[in-house]
Design a protein around this ligand. Sequence first.
Ligand code: GDP
Length: 383
Amino acid sequence: MSVTRAGNPAEIQTQGTWLGTVISIQANYYSVQLDNELDDELAGTTSNQIEVSAEKPVLLCIRRGLLKKLGQQIMVGDRVAVEEPDWLGMRGAIASIHPRQKFLNRPPVANVDQILLVFALAEPNLEPYQLSRFLIKAELTGLAITLCLNKRDLVSDEEAAEWTKRLSSWGYQPLMASIRDDEVLPAALTTALKDKITVVAGPSGVGKSSLTNRLIPEQNLRVCAVSGKLGRGRHTTRHVELFELPEGGFLADTPGFNQPDIVTTPESLSDYFPEIRQRRAGANCQFSNCLHRDEPGCVVSSKEDDEWERYEHYLALLEEVTKQQQNLQQQRNAEATEKVKMVEDGKVLHEPRLEAKKYREKVVIKLFKNSASTCLKWKTSKS
Ligand code: GDP
């Protein structure tokens, strides 16, 4: 087995520090998979203590008090430095967190490199508009996208080739896969996942779980080992876990999103279509605030000499996000002019909000005048 300490001296925080990736979190415990294998000396003394395959040990860690004081939260996917490992108990303490690159909120994973978007070529049928929505949703994360079309065994060569051609005109190069056929789990897929943290996304029934199980055949082994330490089953929590791929890299076990709700502004929607990005890279629209709805001098609108398939999808989504924004604006206006009060029986009462200062001052003056005149009356009646 190879040497132990983190290889890159720049990354070593202090002597006796080990680098690793947080692969799961339960309560205040963090499972950290170290980057390096144990050397013979250490492995020899602890081999029967290591629950995971001996190669890269997983330590059950706590967070150092200083991190707690600084309010530094640790996420799955974080790169951390572990101090003073106890090899017998396979325990350690996280001393510091490396600066996070990108992270996803749902599922919460730090340092994610890409989304693996899985769709099926059949069963369920591949719906172009649904695929488009998922692609836009994936684009919205700002992460790289690997598109995988599963269930290749269910369609003919012609149909598969047709989809490849069609999707490349959208700006994507799909990888075809099938878990029914050993031959068809493409090397390109394992290469695309190698040394990266990947979150799988896609609608249900397309084969995400089947594909994940195929990619990480030993997934269940580690699940049992790590959960066993904490005395809990993996499925008792909703936490995301990372599973190491045989070729290197990690796959998150929780799907990224299976509802493609698109939340963005009408002005930025076009940024999430590779076809539009490509057209705008070549030339500018006449108006800088062009929404590409057939405005004069627009370089994006689909024209006879430059037709592109997803223009209809763009227009439909533009309408959706425009409505969304109008609703949001109306809501904001209502919040600004209305006070919502909870009254008896849980009823909600909407009251107009007084315009700040405009009425308040007058009310105060009136109140003051009233109380002054009452006071005067009282004084007069006394004297
Ligand atoms: P998920 O909901 O996306 O996780 O999909 P599952 O992995 O649960 O798969 C849904 C169904 O599709 C299951 O019955 C799988 O056996 C089947 N399935 C998955 N991959 C393939 C494939 O490549 N070919 C065929 N024919 N069926 C598949």
